[in-house]
Design a protein around this ligand. Structure first.
Ligand code: 44T
Length: 877
């Protein structure tokens, strides 16, 4: 295979013996022929080698062969990928890029492979490069926007826009530096802001470390742009890897850090500070000898934190973490067994997180406090013994008086960060803060209503450096009822006398009885068996209107198809009660009517295939992949009287070569194909239209794709909060530093995972149809559309949130914007706000390229025409 080292020689030979070399020409043309033949035979590996040879020997053919070469490369790369030959895969891309160094398609595709393999930074670099080469290249744009969110998380913008927070940190640092702490280390510097504060206030030496490559590079750019290059030493490493004198010459007198997440410890601050105290900081000020000057002692900003918790009832949290319905789309759910979200503080399972995060004040439907906020923990970051002892501390139990009535859905947690003795920041739900709160959901499947007079017993511990809060029991009428069966029953209790009594009191009310019927008191059988569903999968399963719509639409289709068959005359075995659910070519035993074939290609866990199978005379194919999820569907099938053979998991058969393509075989085609068209985040699924085109070719006459059509709706809004998380706002420098232009390179125009019902915004128009995607007739689709919308109020249009009406058939549709939805909404944030007056007509130019939407907005003049340059106020994204 030619490689870089052979090229100079080729170059020299080319000069001496150019084109007419007949032997070479012969080789080129034979290789080209072989390449084409191999391509035709789908032998991509050999085709690729031939193409490499051809194009290295005859670069003039590059234009002619580039398309086939790329095609071959991508096919071969996919094969190498599935074979796990990762090094070979990247070698192929390197070779391809030697031939086509500025080919944005190859660069972008290599980025996609890198991304899939978890090399996000490198992937982002490729997408960025592809985009620079071709700024309107939709795939690269979409990819870059997707990774930008990962690389520079949105909270960076929120934090930099939070002036109160910036000033408090600045003041605390200034006071410490002026008080004598003159050597500083900024752990997790992000954009470099706290390190720059320390330098500006006169610290002699400032060091900063940052583990993210993108953020490290950004910090270097920012520090240079602010004239501090060489005056702050930035290291691309995790603080835990830093050593004195290898990375910094000597121990520092001040560590500043904001490596805290909504749950305080999730960014590893405990570990980082223990390490810093042991290896990077000067010894702390001793209480015996408080006269040691600050320059010779160590301290940390923030100095400590107080963690608060509160029990809440919240339907929105509940429906994302546990099953709330007993029936879904006509299927009884009891047989599903226990279903959990992957958020659990009691589980030992590595795939679970102890908490998730939400901004409580913006949760749709709100929340009801069931207890007063309680103090869960106090921690002193300047006391290394306390930090070290945290994880070995006994589990502490607190008894909280219940003050509100309702179901216990979660413990919400927030904290006060004490920057120093005088100043602190709070992340509480009642504050005007950009912070989210940590949510520890309760996953017990029982509905146990708490009421004033009860006591909630919560255990607080610190394991794997995470703070864990677990509601374990409720005390009522002198008895304790366990909430968490996952506790080890063999472990001694603090008060075995009470909780050891297995019998609940006899005078309990009906409500309590039913709740207790399923509540183990002490006879818990140890860790229960449960199946894990992602939060969005859980919310989907709880979405009854969605499943009911599908049930009706499927029933209607099957009825129509049955009618059509009866008009066409009886087919083999028609009318028999028993349906044959063996594969169609199953031979002479096949007595019943042909089943209808339904394929569900939804991503993740979906019961739609089972719902289809439960219609009778249907053979359904599910795309559910996880063995545990398949087991749930099998259990549900059995319990709901669906014959085992009526439901198949086609992904199980992929290895069985052609199995997928053969089904349904004979002349049969699919009666229905269910496509999962909108992602939970609020975007159209990638490659949806390609899938629809393919699906349409596989349908029988009268068959249907679900959904058949999607209509995109949007509205004009003025939302400052969307702006705050999309870019550093305003012309003013951040704390006097020039940061915005650098971080704002990572601004993305489309925001996802929004809750439009609670988004802080003013509506400046009603909702308007933006776009139609016709899945049954993909040729009818367009990529651009101009939409006129009239402003219903004056204001600044900063964004166009959008959502979908998903039409299953002519009559039945579901919206991605309603309170039961498992979907969130998305919004295009305009590059520049557009001033509108009530009654103005705004023209939105909507583009949907691939699955990425872009919208630009401008005012139309009174005649309804787009105005002249002067009269048009224009904004695009
Ligand atoms: N998010 C807050 C968490 N790092 C902030 O790479 C608040 C979330 C949030 N570098 C909504 C609102 C808000 N050594 O760039 C990151 C990270 C880096 C380290 C070197 C270490 N030991 C670490 C640990 C982390 O520090 C930076 C900041 S972490 C802050 C997390 C507005 N949602």
């Amino acid at each position: 295979m030619p490689n870089a080292s052979t090229r100079p020689k080729r170059g020299r030979r080319n000069r001496r013996a150019p084109r007419e070399d007949p032997a070479r020409n012969e080789l080129v043309s034979r290789s080209l022929e072989s390449a084409q033949q191999c391509l035709f035979n789908q032998d991509y590996g050999t085709a690729f080698v031939h193409y490499l040879l051809v194009l290295n020997l005859a670069p003039v053919l590059k234009d002619f062969a580039s398309e086939s070469f790329r095609f071959t490369l991508f096919k071969w790369a996919d094969e190498l990928d599935s074979l796990g030959r990762i090094q070979d895969l990247f070698d192929c891309y390197e070779q391809a890029l030697e031939l086509f160094p500025t080919d944005e398609v190859i660069i972008n595709s290599m980025g996609e492979h890198l991304f899939r393999m978890g090399f996000r930074d490198e992937a982002a670099g490729h997408f960025h490069k592809a985009l620079k080469l071709k700024p309107d290249y939709p795939e690269a744009k979409e990819n870059f926007y997707r990774v930008a969110n990962w690389l520079v998380e949105r909270w960076h913008f929120l934090m930099l826009n939070d002036r109160k927070r910036n000033h408090k940190y600045q003041q605390a640092i200034q006071k410490a530096v002026e008080g004598g702490c003159n050597t500083v280390l900024d752990i997790g510097t992000g954009t470099g802001i706290l390190g720059m504060c320390a330098k500006k206030t006169g610290a002699a030496e400032v060091y900063a470390c940052e583990l993210s490559k993108t953020m490290y590079e950004l910090a270097c750019e920012v520090v240079t742009a602010n004239g501090m290059n060489g005056r702050i030493k930035i290291l691309h490493m995790k603080s835990l890897e830093m050593e004195v004198p290898k990375d910094i010459p000597k121990r520092v007198s001040l560590v500043v850090t904001e490596t805290v997440d909504a749950g305080l410890f999730g960014e590893g601050i405990i570990e980082s500070l223990i390490h810093a105290w042991n290896h990077l900081l000067l010894p702390p000020q001793s209480t015996q000898d408080p006269s040691t000057p600050p320059s010779q002692t160590g301290r940390v900003i923030p100095a400590g934190a107080t963690v608060f918790g509160m029990a809440v009832q919240c339907l929105e949290i509940r429906r994302h973490h546990r099953l709330c319905v007993s029936e879904v789309g006509g299927l009884a759910m009891a047989a599903a067994g226990e279903l959990h979200s992957p958020v659990s503080c009691s589980s030992e399972d590595d795939s679970t997180e102890p908490y998730t995060t939400e901004r409580l004040s913006r949760l749709p439907g709100g929340y009801t406090p069931l207890t007063e906020p309680f103090n869960a923990l106090d921690i002193d970051f300047n006391n290394v013994q306390e930090l070290e002892g945290l994880c070995s501390r006994e589990v502490s139990r607190v008894r909280l008086p219940v003050t509100g009535e309702g179901l216990l859905d979660a413990l919400a947690v927030w904290f006060q960060l004490h920057l120093d003795q005088e100043s602190s920041l709070s992340t509480g739900p009642m504050e005007d803060t950009c912070w989210e709160q940590a949510i520890y959901p309760v996953q017990t499947p029982h509905n146990f209503p708490l009421r004033p007079g009860d006591e909630l017993i919560v255990e607080i511990s610190c394991r794997d450096a995470y703070l864990r809060l677990c509601s374990v029991a409720v005390a009522r009428d002198g008895r304790e009822f366990r909430l968490d069966d996952c506790l080890d029953p063999d472990q001694p209790r603090n008060n075995p006398g009470q909780s050891g009594n297995p019998k609940p009191s006899l005078n309990a009310e009906a409500e309590l009885c039913s709740a207790l019927a399923c509540l183990g008191t002490e006879q818990s059988s140890g860790p229960r068996d449960y199946t894990m569903l992602e939060c969005a999968e859980m919310a989907l399963l709880n979405n009854q209107p969605y499943h009911d719509s599908f049930r009706r639409a499927l029933a209607k289709l099957i009825t129509n198809l049955k009618d059509a068959r009866s008009v066409q005359g009886p087919s083999q075995g028609e009318g028999l009660e028993v349906m044959p659910l063996t594969d169609p070519p199953s031979g002479p035993m096949d007595p019943g009517p042909d089943p209808f074939y339904v394929l569900d290609v939804s991503e993740g866990f979906s019961v739609l295939s089972l719902m289809a199978a439960s219609q009778g005379q249907v053979k359904a194919y599910s795309s559910v992949e996880k063995t545990q999820h398949q087991a749930v569907l099998r259990r549900l099938a059995k319990a709901n009287g669906v014959p085992e053979e009526a439901l198949e998991f086609w992904l199980n058969q992929v290895e069985d070569e052609q199995a997928v393509l053969q089904r349904p075989s004979r002349e049969k085609l699919w009666s229905a194909i269910i496509l999962d068209c909108v992602e939970t985040c609020g975007l159209v699924r990638q490659k949806l239209m390609e899938k629809a085109t393919l699906a349409r070719c596989l349908l029988e006459d009268g068959g249907q794709i679900f959904p058949e059509r999607i209509v995109l709706y949007g509205m004009l809004v003025e939302s400052d909060s969307l702006l705050l998380e999309s870019a550093v706002q305003g012309q003013e420098p951040t704390l006097g530093f020039n940061i915005a232009p650098f971080i704002n390179q990572f601004t993305v125009p489309v925001h996802v995972f929004l809750d439009l019902s609670t988004l802080q915004c003013r509506h400046l128009s009603g909702s308007v149809e933006l776009f139609i995607l016709d899945l049954m007739n993909t040729n009818a689709n367009y990529t651009n559309r101009d939409v006129k919308v009239q402003a219903s109020a004056s204001g600044r249009v900063t964004a166009v949130p959008f959502w979908y009406q998903i039409h299953l058939n002519e009559e039945i549709s579901v919206s991605t914007f309603n309170q039961d939805s498992h979907w969130k909404q998305a919004a295009v944030v305009l590059h520049q706000p557009l001033e509108v007056r009530e009654g103005d007509w705004v023209r939105l130019a909507v583009t949907l390229q691939k699955s990425s939407i872009s919208i630009s907005a401008c005012i139309e003049d009174e005649a309804g025409e787009t105005g002249t340059v002067d009269s048009v106020r224009e904004s695009d994204q």
